[in-house]
Write a protein that binds this ligand. Structure first.
Ligand SMILES: Nc1ncnc2c1ncn2[C@@H]1O[C@H](COP(=O)(O)OP(=O)(O)OP(=O)(O)O)[C@@H](O)[C@H]1O
Length: 230
């Protein structure tokens, strides 16, 4: 099995303030990993480190090779981020927003038809402005856009934040479908239930340090819950 993303002794800071400290982990092809921890633990910073948003030391490897260069590099090598806040463009239609994801196109099976099969609501609203969709549909749109780059690893930053339970169920189902096609997922979520449904393994951050990792079944353990203060 090969590694899609690896952090080796990664530290990250914003304007000299250290946020992540000596974080090391690896994500294998096709697996789903939940990244948990309380507010401010450094979960988003971990995802953004792949794009060089904070200042990073240590080594980040994508598909086994060290990452260097511009922000497009992770995407062209198979890592895509669905950011917190979705970043849907209001001046573009739903379909135009989806097609933006093709900028770094690799070979694969995520065509427009395939993402419309996954999210039929997007097909029905494809001519509408992206931001006219509901919050849940905009989240689906952000996921669809990322899939167009044919990621080997899709990273999602709190994809269910602020969504109703019925929409969360639809997102869970879609993530399971994406997973069944062999895409690895790195999922930042406050909803532990969501991680338990979708992920096989968890990584726990506290104050910028990796303080635990293991099978998701261990998230029930009192000791683990106390560690990450869920
Ligand atoms: N652009 C930035 N400049 C300076 N500090 C930042 C910046 N972004 C995040 N931080 C700080 O880094 C720390 C970690 O934030 P981060 O967003 O990674 O945490 P998180 O675990 O994702 O939390 P949340 O669940 O609240 O999103 C916080 O103290 C935050 O204030």
């Amino acid at each position: 099995m090969s590694t899609v993303l690896e952090f080796r002794h990664v530290s990250a800071s914003y304007a000299g303030a250290r946020i992540l400290q000596d974080v090391s982990f690896a994500i294998e092809e096709g697996e789903t990993v939940g990244l948990v921890g309380r507010n401010g633990a450094g979960k988003s910073t971990t995802l953004l480190s792949v794009y060089g948003v904070p200042q990073v030391t240590g080594e980040i490897l994508v598909a086994g090779k060290p990452l260097r260069g511009g922000a497009h590099v992770p995407t062209s090598r198979g890592v895509s981020l669905v950011p917190q806040g979705k970043r849907i463009f209001s001046n573009l239609t739903v379909e135009e927003n989806i097609l933006l994801g093709r900028a770094s196109r690799r070979h694969g099976s995520w065509t427009l038809d395939a993402v419309y099969d996954l999210f039929p609501n997007l097909a029905r609203g494809k001519g509408r402005p992206g931001t006219s969709l509901s919050g849940g549909e905009q989240q689906m749109l952000a996921i669809a856009r990322s899939l167009m780059s044919e990621p080997a690893l899709l990273m999602l930053d709190e994809p269910t934040e602020g969504l109703a339970p019925v929409i969360i169920d639809a997102i869970v189902e879609a993530l399971m479908e994406i997973q069944s096609r062999g895409t690895a997922l790195l999922l930042v979520e406050q909803h532990i239930g969501m991680i338990q449904k979708v992920a096989q393994r968890y990584l726990a951050l506290r104050s910028g340090q990796l303080v635990g990792e293991g099978a998701v079944s261990q998230l029930e353990d009192r000791a683990v819950q106390e560690l990450i203060a869920l």
